[in-house]
Design a protein around this ligand. Structure first.
Ligand SMILES: Cc1cc2nc3c(=O)[nH]c(=O)nc-3n(C[C@H](O)[C@H](O)[C@H](O)COP(=O)(O)OP(=O)(O)OC[C@H]3O[C@@H](n4cnc5c(N)ncnc54)[C@H](O)[C@@H]3O)c2cc1C
Length: 488
């Protein structure tokens, strides 16, 4: 592990949440020579997926929740992030640069966890019990509990208890509204973080050739050398690989710890002239929703954005895409713009799950049909906890990844903990121990997706053990075509 000094040359690969937050906090900690390389011009495109940026962070919006059930360490970090999201909201609204003036980043819309079965699941009941113990139960409203309904009314949350009118339509509505949660505009948040990092002196090389890292080797003096696609070699004191879904292809050793997988996302375009729908799905009136978590449905949606885009995600299965990477078979992203092989479709199974969610819960949207689909590539870790540590056998090279479907919300604070690890103090910190390089078979206490604190693991390997033989391989799926977007 190198001892870094304030003038050490530090190169970060990737300007997503993990890379940009690390860069920001390194600069804040007094490191003066920090550069971020990215093969995508996230600055010019403002991280907007509609402008051709493909990454987990470059998305319309992401769910933010601060309650993590029994996972107290993530809960604490999320609570700290909450304070910083509030600060960023105040700063960004008054700012003229970095996307300032375009409205707030973080929206406390509430998060409704709806059962698909007519009963609250055991996990939900357990979560409520934990919240009781931690003194935060009062912010949760069980939607058919009279005392909770009365409290929701008092606190202005009653209109979000049953946005799908399930009680009226099905005679039963089993759900819990978490009034502390909501969502952030993801692309705007990353652009703001990048602006803050630049302001602190971080250099950015965001370019498909000059910023594209093709190799990370060890130089003659033992320092790492980063080769970029323009033929340049950058000798550094420390290289931090925060390449999201591309991390295992850059650092193949990490494939025992991390796997690149895709979640399935679709949108419905709500027309502005449909005033009824426009109002109903606005963040002021509509919460983030998850439906049927741990009941085999695993769907979530977020309120419409200012352009009327209503985003729905399906996370029951995360897809893999194995390719040859320098003699290894590694799952790598297959995206709409950046990768050699392009993909804008999602598997039909995922689309059908999303359509079922819409048809049952929002039948008034069915005439509009689906408007777009997208695969969004994560890095899942063996135990769903992040991986931030030095790579064994590679002096001066660290990885910073493994967001596993819930890393976004930590953007404002994540880098602070990463810096401690890069400074060699990982073993002394809670997060350093949780995110260390580790072997299989351990559960460091992470979660899967952002809906319900579902682990998806039982102390094993989170599906990584399946490999290319497993059923989640993208090439084995029937993909949904545009004709499938209509509801019949
Ligand atoms: C479908 C989906 C839903 C999610 N929902 C939520 C949610 O609701 N709430 C939440 O908190 N989190 C959520 N997450 C998780 C969150 O989005 C991720 O944890 C986080 O964005 C990961 O950031 P990252 O920096 O690791 O990777 P990325 O955002 O993928 O960034 C990686 C960057 O590295 C660059 N790069 C890669 N290879 C190279 C190279 N060779 N040279 C140069 N640059 C390179 C890429 O261009 C990219 O910009 C979700 C993720 C997905 C996929």
């Amino acid at each position: 592990m190198p001892q870094i000094t304030p003038t050490s040359k530090i190169v970060i690969v990737g300007s997503g949440v993990f890379g940009i937050s690390t860069a920001l906090w390194l600069a804040r900690a007094g490191y003066t020579d920090v550069s971020v390389l990215d093969m995508q011009d996230t600055a010019a495109a403002g991280y907007d997926p509609l402008s051709g940026i493909d990454s987990a962070s470059a998305d319309l919006n992401k769910i933010v929740r601060f309650s993590y059930g029994a996972e107290i360490e993530y809960q604490r970090l999320a609570t700290e992030a909450a304070g910083l999201w509030g600060e960023w909201n105040r700063e960004v609204e008054g700012a003229e640069e970095g996307g300032g003036g375009e409205g707030r980043l973080w929206w406390n819309t509430g998060f409704l966890r709806m059962s698909a079965s007519g009963e609250l699941g055991a996990f939900e009941i357990e979560t409520l019990r934990n919240m009781e113990k931690e003194g935060i139960r009062e912010f949760q409203f069980v939607c058919d509990d009279d005392a909770d309904i009365a409290r929701a009314k008092e606190r202005g949350w009653a209109h979000k208890l049953d946005p799908c009118r399930r009680q009226e339509r099905f005679g039963s509505h089993k759900a819990v509204l978490d009034s502390t949660a909501g969502f952030v505009y993801a692309y705007k948040s990353c652009a703001w973080a990048q602006h803050l990092a630049r302001r602190e002196g971080v250099k950015m090389v965001l370019d498909p050739v000059r910023g594209k890292v093709v190799d990370i080797a060890s130089g003659g003096d033992g320092r790492p050398v980063v080769a970029t696609a323009d033929g340049q070699e950058h000798v550094a004191d420390l290289v931090v690989v925060a390449g999201g879904g591309w991390t295992p292809s850059l650092i193949p050793e990490v494939q025992d710890l991390l796997e690149t997988t895709a979640g399935s996302v679709a949108t419905v375009q709500i027309p502005r002239d449909r005033a009824d729908l426009w109002e109903r799905f606005a963040p002021e009136n509509h919460p983030v929703i998850s439906w049927g978590s741990r009941e085999g449905k695993e769907v979530y949606s977020l309120p419409r954005d200012e352009n009327g885009v209503f985003k729905i995600g399906w996370r029951k299965t995360k897809w893999t895409n194995f390719q040859d990477v320098r003699g290894n078979r590694i799952s790598v992203p297959k995206t709409a713009h950046v990768t050699e092989e392009k993909e804008t479709r999602i598997p039909l199974e995922a689309l059908n799950g999303i359509k079922e969610y819409i048809a049952l819960n929002f039948p008034e949207l069915t005439p509009l049909g689906i408007s777009s689909t997208r695969l969004c590539w994560y890095t899942d870790s063996i135990d769903n906890s992040f991986v931030v540590d030095f790579v064994p056998g590679r002096p001066g090279v660290a990885v910073c990844s493994g967001g596993s479907g819930y890393g976004f919300k930590f953007l404002p604070v994540l880098g602070r903990e990463v810096v401690k690890i890069l400074e060699g103090k990982g073993a002394e910190t809670v997060y350093g121990r949780m995110w260390r390089w580790r072997g299989g078979g351990e559960d460091a206490g992470g979660e899967d997706g952002d809906g319900d604190g579902e682990s998806g693991i039982d102390g094993r390997r989170n599906g990584l053990e399946e490999g290319e033989q497993g059923p989640r391989v993208l090439a084995k799926q029937k993909m949904a075509e545009v004709e499938d977007w209509k509801f019949t």
